[in-house]
Design a protein around this ligand. Structure first.
Ligand SMILES: Cc1cc2nc3c(=O)[nH]c(=O)nc-3n(C[C@H](O)[C@H](O)[C@H](O)COP(=O)(O)OP(=O)(O)OC[C@H]3O[C@@H](n4cnc5c(N)ncnc54)[C@H](O)[C@@H]3O)c2cc1C
Length: 530
């Protein structure tokens, strides 16, 4: 069941982004490399003594923050990016209505530039298809919740295009790439940021927008950036992503479709101009790219794994060249409800604090929401010693919403891959796929549109982040989500599915075990009856 869920939403697209800057030449030398001791500036922020904001990482989040602070004469921004060359994985990124609306409000010129490279998908048919029978299982309406709010539709853009637009919109000298942030030292209410080449950049605020393996987070929380103790966990899934020109039979009608089936799923997304992107999500141990042999290449490997699935899946695989496919393991983090988002003048943003699975296509969108909210709080500061308060307010406005999206994204992967199956069906006088998961997948079919509707209401309503939480939609979403999760847990006989929502700690393992066993028992009974 649930599989779908969100998944759906899924995404569209995209890529994992990495470093920005399409060109490798480092930009202008750091304006501020080492200089005025942190204590020499007055506490009051002025045009003469602006608030010095140092951003580590020029991904979607860091670049959006720099753009949102642009034009403020009382704020000086230094964006430090580790890499000097853009690395590409997976192609385009889906920007959902919540993110597009924020760009629209931020800067209409910037929005127009993004729109000029955008492919709209939110006004097309999107949804979940039965991967084996090749028929629609559930469709989701991305268009109405956006249109009702006069928001732009969801769509996709090539990640390098988005990054280049965001970079070109910044003044010369703001972005410094080719050297990363190594560490930092707080000096009173200020911060000295040390780069990998030993230079020091003094700031009043340091924002760690340096991605899932964040060095800033590692220092702030005194934990490793990677591996055990880092809080980053392997999701259990690997993804193959391909991008190519493809003569799709439903071009112009379908935005994205999620083919579901036992133990895996396949997503195909229209990315414009006759190009398509696909994702094949498989449950695997980490490192399967190296450990699992593919002597004939990724295309034959995937075709074998998806044998018997929709002709659409095989057509797009047949059209793929080996160098158009990449594989990567997927990692995410649990919500940082009890670990800090900021300490003193140092804060975290985007994947560094709430990395999530790509299933909802919201990781980058949530980083964009972070950036806009943080910029609002920083712009309002009049004294630099209050920077810590601005960071705390930013966290309070973002914590619950980002955590909900994180949980939904992980839930979507687990439930789609491990909970859902080919729906049970009565065909030619006999039942097909009448196991627990197949029956549950079929029974949930009419419920899912409601869940999707609530999900998109939640995502599109709360983009301003004015309140700590959209209580009404949050409770409805949580209620339906819990129900789907509980049934899904019964389907896979595994309570791990409930972990993304932290339900184990809330309800207790024993209670959940009993619930799961009961549901499994019901499923087994049904199977016997049928
Ligand atoms: C397969 C896949 C598909 C996805 N699809 C979508 C989608 O369709 N829509 C969506 O919204 N999201 C999507 N996402 C998620 C999205 O890519 C991320 O959530 C988003 O990129 C996070 O942005 P960020 O700026 O926080 O971090 P990143 O984009 O990771 O940027 C971090 C930057 O910091 C730099 N950096 C790292 N260390 C340092 C250092 N020490 N000093 C300085 N710089 C440093 C890195 O080089 C990088 O440029 C997808 C993710 C994956 C894996």
């Amino acid at each position: 069941m649930a599989k779908l869920i969100c998944a759906l939403a899924l995404v569209a697209t995209t890529t994992a982004l990495q470093a920005p800057n399409t060109n490798s030449a480092p930009r202008a030398p750091l304006k501020a490399a080492v200089m005025e001791p942190a204590t020499a500036v007055p506490d009051a922020i002025s045009t003469e003594h602006p608030l010095r904001v140092v951003i580590a990482g020029a991904g979607v989040g860091g670049l959006t923050l720099a753009n949102a602070l642009k034009g403020c004469e009382h704020i000086d921004v230094q964006l430090i990016e580790k890499t000097s060359a853009f690395k590409r994985f997976g192609g385009p990124i889906q920007l959902a209505s919540n993110a597009m609306q924020l760009y629209k409000e931020l800067d209409s010129d910037l929005y127009d530039q993004i729109e000029s490279k955008f492919t709209w998908t939110g006004n097309l048919t999107n949804g979940i298809k039965d991967g084996i029978r090749d028929e629609w299982y559930a469709k989701f309406d991305l268009g109405t919740p956006a249109a009702n709010r006069n928001m732009p539709y969801t769509g996709v853009i090539e990640r390098p295009d988005l990054q280049q637009i965001l970079l070109d919109n910044l003044a010369e000298g703001v972005v410094n790439n080719g050297v990363g942030v190594d560490s930092y030292t707080t000096v009173g209410s200020a911060v000295d940021v040390k780069l990998e080449d030993e230079r020091i950049v003094p700031g009043d605020v340091l924002v760690g927008a340096d991605g899932i393996w964040s060095q800033v987070r590692s220092m702030m929380r005194n934990e490793p950036a990677r591996g055990e103790g880092s809080g980053v966990t392997y999701s259990g899934y690997t993804v193959f992503a391909g991008e190519l020109a493809y003569d799709s039979p439903d071009n112009g009608q379908v935005g994205y479709k999620v083919y579901i089936g036992p133990g895996q799923y396949f997503v195909i997304t229209d990315i414009g101009k006759g190009n398509y992107q696909y994702y094949a999500f498989l449950a695997r141990d980490p490192g399967s790219a190296e450990s699992e042999e593919k002597p004939d290449g990724s295309v034959p490997y995937l075709k074998k794994i998806f044998e018997g699935w929709s002709p659409d899946v095989h057509r797009i695989l047949d059209a793929s060249k080996e160098d158009e496919i990449q594989q990567r393991d997927l990692y995410d983090r649990p919500p940082s409800a009890f670990k800090p988002w900021s300490v003193g003048p140092v804060g975290l943003l985007g994947d560094s604090v709430h990395a999530m699975m790509p299933n909802l296509g919201q990781g980058g969108c949530q980083a964009i929401e972070d950036a806009i909210v943080l910029a609002e709080e920083l712009k309002g500061l009049t004294s630099r010693s209050d920077a810590d308060k601005a960071l705390t307010t930013y966290r309070n406005r973002r914590l619950v919403r980002s955590a909900a999206v994180q949980g939904l994204s992980r839930f979507a992967s687990d439930i789609i891959i491990r909970g859902f199956d080919t729906p049970a069906k009565f065909v030619d006088g006999r039942f097909e796929n009448f196991n627990y998961a197949g029956i549950v997948t079929r029974l949930l079919q009419p419920i899912l549109p409601v869940f999707f509707w609530v999900q998109f209401e939640f995502l599109y309503e709360g983009w301003r982040n004015e309140f700590a939480f959209d209580l009404k939609n949050g409770l409805i979403l949580g209620g339906i989500g819990f129900f789907l999760l509980a049934v899904g847990a019964g389907a896979v006989g595994d309570l791990a599915i409930l972990l993304p929502f932290g339900l184990e700690s809330l309800v207790g393992v024993e209670a959940l075990t009993a619930a799961s066993e009961t549901l499994t028992g019901i499923g087994g009974g049904l199977e016997g009856i049928l």
